[in-house]
Structures are given as C-alpha cells and as structure tokens.
Design a protein around this ligand. Structure first.
Ligand SMILES: CC(C)(COP(=O)(O)OP(=O)(O)OC[C@H]1O[C@@H](n2cnc3c(N)ncnc32)[C@H](O)[C@@H]1OP(=O)(O)O)[C@@H](O)C(=O)NCCC(=O)NCCS
Length: 175
C-alpha cells in the first residue's frame, strides 16, 4: 500500500461522491453509523452536503485518509458543542473502506483528530459505538475509557436493536 495522507476535507463534487460511497458501503455491511440499509445515494449526498457546509463554518472537521486519489477512510471531529461545554469535542462517522481495513488507517485518523482537538484547546473527547459490531476495541486501544452502556440504543443497518457503549478520553491540558 502507498503512503496514506490525512487531511481536512472541504466541499467538492468528487469529495462528496467519495464520502457518500464510503458511507453507503459501510451501512450495507452492517456498520452502525446512524443510517439504515439500503442507504439511498441522495440521502448520503444530503448528509455529507450538510456536514461539509458545517465544516466550512468551522463547526466540525471532516478528516480524509487518502490512498493516492482514493478516499480510504474518514472520521469527523464535532466541535459545535453547547456554550457550557467549550472544552469538549466529539468523534463521529469513523469509517475505513473495506478494501483498506486492518492497516492502521482508523488509528491514524483518530490520532490526527485528537491532535486537532488539542490544538483547539479541547480537553475532553467523547464518542459512542454499537455494542453489537461496533469498534470498541479500536477506541480502547487508543486510551478511551468506557463510561457505560445504554441497551437497545439504535437499530442496526439491517434491523434488530443494539446497545451503545459510551467512551471518553481526557486530552491536552485540563482547564
Ligand atoms: C472500525 C473501523 C473504522 C476500523 O478501521 P481500520 O482502518 O481497519 O482500523 P485499524 O487498522 O486502525 O485498527 C486499529 C486496531 O483496532 C482494532 N479494531 C479495528 N476495528 C475493530 C473493531 N470493529 N472491533 C475491535 N477492534 C477493532 C484492530 O484490530 C487494530 O488493532 P491492532 O493494531 O492490534 O491490530 C472499520 O472496521 C470500519 O469502518 N468499520 C465499520 C464502521 C464502524 O463500525 N465504525 C465505527 C463507528 S463508532
């Protein structure tokens, strides 16, 4: 595999198309990322269009991991927290293309997201992942602490409920 390059994504038709492809593929294979299968391209495009607009307003950072001109993975750092939580950020939409899994791309994306959060003076990162088929192991390897589980939190893409595991990690310097 060639070297993976990570950068912050901004709106363009190609980027939108590749983000939608990765989201549709992830959902089709059972990834719990807020959508049900089959995810229609129009719905995926609408989601990323809104997300990229929010990124343009600095309310979130959408990172892309590039294998040449192929978008191999993505993660979103949500920065738009309520006024009483300016020190917090949230991780969302962590996905690696199936063709590129198991090569450290998610780990690299998470480390970059954490570094960007620290640069923005955030000191607390939170995320959640499905109990059934989620990525708890990945987050635990990255030093996240399990706060607890909420049962029957969301439907899996192909139906049937799964609980959700909520994680947190202190980063940077505490306020
Ligand atoms: C979870 C996901 C992003 C991991 O991507 P990846 O690029 O293959 O991850 P990495 O190669 O960086 O793996 C890092 C480590 O986490 C572990 N890991 C990865 N996915 C895991 C999972 N689903 N459960 C448990 N551990 C996992 C790997 O075994 C690896 O450990 P190692 O370094 O000891 O080998 C990918 O499997 C994916 O897109 N899944 C579908 C979407 C999803 O569930 N996203 C999470 C939503 S919260």
């Amino acid at each position: 595999m060639s070297a993976i390059e990570i950068n912050a994504l901004s709106a363009s038709p190609d980027t939108l198309r590749m983000l939608s492809e990765i989201l549709i593929e992830t959902v089709a294979h059972g990834g719990s990322v807020s959508f049900m299968h089959p995810l229609q391209p129009k719905a995926a495009d609408a989601f990323w269009d809104n997300a990229l607009t929010a990124a343009g307003r600095d309310q979130r950072i959408i990172l892309g991991a590039w294998d040449g001109d192929v978008l191999a993975g993505t993660v979103t750092l949500l920065l738009d927290c309520p006024p009483n939580q300016p020190h917090r950020a949230e991780i969302a939409k962590m996905m690696t293309r199936r063709s590129h899994r198991g090569r450290g791309i998610a780990t690299a994306l998470m480390r970059t997201a954490e570094q960007l959060a620290v640069e923005r003076r955030r000191t607390l990162l939170v995320l959640d992942t499905a109990t059934d088929g989620g990525a708890a192991g990945l987050y635990e390897k990255l030093g996240f602490t399990l706060a607890g589980e909420i049962p029957d939190y969301a439907f899996k893409p192909h139906g049937g409920l799964s609980g959700a595991l909520f994680y947190w990690k202190r980063i940077g310097t505490r306020p």
